[in-house]
Structures are given as structure tokens and as C-alpha cells.
Design a protein around this ligand. Sequence first.
Ligand code: NOJ
Length: 732
Amino acid sequence: MHSSLKFTFTFLAVALVAASCSSDDIVYKDASAPVEKRVEDLLKRMTLEEKLLQLNQYTLGMNNIENNLGEAVREIPAEIGSLIYFGDDAILRNKMQHRAMEESRLGIPILFGHDVIHGYRTIFPVPLAQACSWNPELVRQGCAVAAQESYSCGVDWTFSPMVDIARDPRWGRVMEGYGEDPYAASVYCQAAVRGYQGDDLGAENTIAACLKHYVGYGASEAGRDYVPAEISDQTLWDTYLPPFEAGVKAGAATLMSAFHNISGTPASGNHYILTEVLKDKWGHDGFVVSDWDAVVQLKNQGMAADDKEAAEIAFNAGIEMDMVDDLYKKYIPQLLEEGKVKMSQVDEAVRRVLRIKFRLGLFDKPYIEEKPESERYLLPESLDLAERLATESMVLLKNDDGLLPLDIRSRIALIGPLSSVRRDHNGNWYGRGKETDVIPFNEGIAEEFSGRLTVAEGCDFEGDDRSGFARAVAAARESDVAVVCIGHKSRWSGENCSRSTIEIPQIQLDLVRAIKATGTKVVLLVSCGRPVDLHLFEPEADAILLTWHPGTMAGRAVAGILSGRSNPSGKLAITFPYTTGQIPIYYNRRNSGRRGTQGIYKDITSNPMYQFGYGLSYSTFEYGPLTLSSENVSRNGSLQASVTVTNTSSRDGQETVHWFICDPVSRITRPVKELKYFEKQLIPAGESRTFTFDIEPMRDLGFVDRTGRRYLDSGEYHIIVGTQQATITVTD
Ligand code: NOJ
């Protein structure tokens, strides 16, 4: 029999069985029935085609206007599982949903997904910047605002947080994650999941989270996107998997499989990570969506011979939903007939998708209230939060002779390509953010300072046009201080934005040098979505403030720090290399067999430009002695390490204390230091605060082996805080 005929026949047969179910008690429509009962009830009523459509995600592409409902959108089956939805109001979404609820046989709601990465309309700093705030509560609140704004526009599901550990700033997507440290990324991951999903996925203003890109995507070779990564099992377990495990524990509804190939097995065809680890070991009961076209790309990666085999491999590996490449619907019927896929697997995949739809409350409340824009986004409290997060994300890298904060009456020359731009402050992946919403640096500073502000860009981001230099130099000469806004365009970071160098273009360095030559003090504002090479800029500047891509409230946040209305408190969540040639460089590498001058670079320093955890404040903090509640701890015991920090300045300030551990001798050698806890506290001027790290030996001192088994050796460990170190002994 011809396969499509066979398919139709099978379909009819299943449809008849499905139709014969009693319709008196429709459990799946009963909002008071337990989710699992509803899932099973619905599942047994579904035809194969209906099931397979649930495993498909379509896109509206550019057809995101209401008028298109009668055209391209019509072609999308009403039974579709999910749509990547690019609209920004609830109207089109509700119309699509009405089709699903009313025109499909079973009335299964569509799940609308969107890339809400660092805000939806109110744009927060890029996630890498947010990580530098060391304030997971603010990150949680930012995600909650993103959830509220996107929910009110019809989004049910965000493809965020991205928790790929990244140690190569040439990779453009380093901006989307929380930096180089597995513990910090785990904490932020949990904060983001809680922010998006709240306590109850079914409540209003909550959306489903998606941990991505599972797993190790940040290890792509040489910082190039999509290419293979070499990841040992040990590194997979001790570095790349922890944030995902933390996110699963926090209840993340979904995960997205990554594009790249992990040491011979592409992530999207990888049974070990997608099924054995995620489902069997961690017990995740939501679903995995492939990244865009990741299933069909198994052919390019050399794992599948054709589309059908790509579908077979991805599905059997554990990807339940196929993002846009439509292969499951096309090939699973045939794969079932050939015995390459089992019906029980199809049911289990559908069960997982339906479970999330039920948990989101979509069956009971499928439509979104169509509210006016003023009630949906850019609410005053959201903008306040965006300013606070932007402020806390910025990192003061240099402040010679206390140049900052500036006198409010200062005459300022605002120079550089980022002086007046708006769009670049939103960073990449800016949701539905609009550049017109952004407060640019010039506006924020003009509003904050009472002295004269002269704006003279001097040059563009790149190129050779130095015709603006003279005006910028003249402005600097006539001012008390030159604030030079340099860095990268937002579009230089993000997906498919790999760069061979992390330098800032030469023309910007030439501009800074010309300004420095005037003798006027120079403050650099550095905007970027990745660590950049600042080693040639550093000597030219009296002060340097790293702003990252700060989002909607860019100008106001920067102005607050320049004037002293805000006290900087950000610290780097990723190492800033001295030059591109040092990459990869990260704080938690393992020790070398040789010390001293052995194995270091002979042409440049082997130290980074700015290390992980570095960042200055306008306050000065003094650390008291590191104290331990005991020097010995049994394997099941607990122990406290404490340090009292005093703000010795006359300015209130926030300090983050990072607690590291070190296991100096271990059968699986470990990093020189490992972050295990951090805490940020406001310390009023002249006052002291105590910071305590509650140590649980297995959790904080233990390690994982290459199979993911956690173990704890007895013996000595170091506890490190600031410049101090203490030794504790774990006894049997
Ligand atoms: C591809 C990106 O890798 C992923 O992060 C994103 O969520 C999807 N496209 C959907 O836009």
C-alpha cells in the first residue's frame, strides 16, 4: 500500500476509535479535575494526526498582522501545538486561539511562544549585565515584569532563560547568559524561572520558562556559532549541566535543545542528555522543544541521512516538539509503521506538551484580555525597576582620584558614537522593545546635571571618518570633564554574531587619545554585549564605567552614577581578557603542573585585564577577619563562615561578598577556586554588616564525577573570601 494511503487509513481507524469515546463526562474540560487525569482523558480521544500536530511548532513569520488572519494564518492548522508568535497585542492571538478552540475537533488551545529574553517592551540590561548586579531578586523581578508585559500581549511561553556557561567572548551569544560561573548561572537561572513562572503557572501574568540551549552551546569552538564543541563528560557535569539542573529543580516547564554537536553527538540528537539525564535522572516532566530547524540540521551535521532519519533521531533522543521544520508531522506516521518509533513514545511526548498547557491554565482561560497599551507595558514601577537593574548591572572599572561622582554643576563634553543613540542601548534580542522608549545618554545626563552639556560624537562606531574629531576635541577643551561613550553596536552581539576579536575599533581608540591629549579629565562609558579588550583604553581614562547594553532606562541609570545619585555596585560575572589572544580565560580553571614563569605567555601578561568579581564602588569597604564556627565538620554536619564588612566611607553603599572554596588535593582535580555562595547587602556609611556562608559539606564542598555522581572526600578544604583564606577539615 502507498504510504500516504496507509497513513490516511490509520488515521481514519484511530479517528473512529477516538470518536467512539463517550462524550458525557469530558474530564479534560473539567477545570476541577487533576491535571494528569485531564491529560489522559484528552489523550485517549486524540487521533494520530491530532497528536502529531501537538508536537509541531509553526511560525507566523512576518504575517503578524491582524489582517492576515484570512490569508497566510488560515493555512496554519487550528490543531497546531504551538506558534512562535511575533505580534504585540492580544487581538491576533485571540483570533488564532478562537480557531483552535472552536474550529478544531477537541478544542485544544495553542501555546504561543516568543523570545522574551531581557524584557518584552520595558527592556532590562542584557542578561550578562544583569549577572553583574549579583542581585538575583532584581533579576527575578525583571523577569516577572517581562512575564506580565508579554502575557498581556498574548505570550504564554518565553524562550528564556539562556543558561549556557560561556568562556569565550568571541561568541556573540555570551550576552544572553549569566556569565562564566556555573554556580552564579544556577542562582540566576532559578531567579529567572521564578520570575517568569511565579508560584503558579496558571496564574495571570505568568508564562512558561524554557531553559536553553541544552547543553554546552557556549563551548562552541573558537567562539563561532552553531559549530561543534569538544566537551568531556567531566566538564559536562561540573560546568555545563549545573544551571540546567538548578532550573529543572526550580520547576522550569520546558527546555530547548541546542544547535551544536557535542563531541560527536549533536545536542538535538543526544539521547544521553535529553532522556537519560533530563528525564530519567532529573525527572523533568515538561517537554523539550528543538531550536529553530535543529532537527533538520542533523543532516548537515552528518548524523542523519535524510529528513525522515532526522525526525527519527531527534524524536527518539527526547525532543517532544519540533520548532518550525515540520518533520514530525510528516514522518512519524511512517516511522511508526516501520517500528522505528513506538506509539507509546508519541503518547508520552503529547502527554508532556498537554501537561504544560493544562498547567498554564490554557484550557480554562484560553483568551487574553485585550487591554489598552498603557495598561500593558512601560508601567512606572517597571521603569523604576529597569533603572535599578541597569544601575546595579553597571561596573565601575576605574576611578582615579575619586573623579566620579562628578559635581552636578560640571561642564560636560559628551563624546563618542554612543552619546545620543537609542537603539544600541536595547542590546540584541530586545523583544518588542522600541528605540523611541529608550532614554539616551545625552538626555539622561542633560536632565541630571545643571552645568552645560556639549554633545560632539567625534566619530562613528567604526570606519575612518575622523572629520568629527576637531569638534569633539574643542568641546573637551571647553569642559571640565569629557565623558566619552565608546563600545560595540548592539547588533555585534547575539545569535550569529561571532567576532574574531573583542577589540573596540581603532577609530574609537584614536578619538579617546585625541580627547586625552587635551588634558581634560576623561570618563569612559563602555557599552557592549561581551567582554571587550580595554587594555589600550585603560591608560587613556581617569575613570571607566562599564554600562553594557543597559536597556530602556540607559541614560537615567548612567546619569545617576555619574552624579552620585546612585552608588555603583556591579561586579564582573565574566572575566575581561587582556587581549583576544588570552581566550579562553576564566577564573575557575584548573592548576597547571608548572608554576612561576612556566607556561605563561611570553609576549603579554597572562593575567586578565579585569578579573571575575572585580568592580569598584564610591564607598570603601573593609573586611574584618574571616571566622569559622568550627574548623572541623563531619560529612553530614554544618558549619558557618562569617566576615564582617565595614563601610568606612561617608556614602551608603552595597557590597557583594563572594564565597569561594578550594579543594587543594582531590582524585578528580578541581578548579583553583569555585564560587559557592554570594550575598549583597546595603551597608550604610560608617556601619558594619556581617555576611555568613552556611556550609553544607556535600552541597558546597562535594563534586561530581563524569557520570554525574556527587561525592565528598574527607580532608582539607579552603574557604576563601576577599584576600583571606581559612582551612576546614571534613571528617568521616
Ligand atoms: C534560534 C535561537 O537559537 C533560540 O535561542 C531562539 O529561542 C529561537 N531561534 C527562536 O527564535
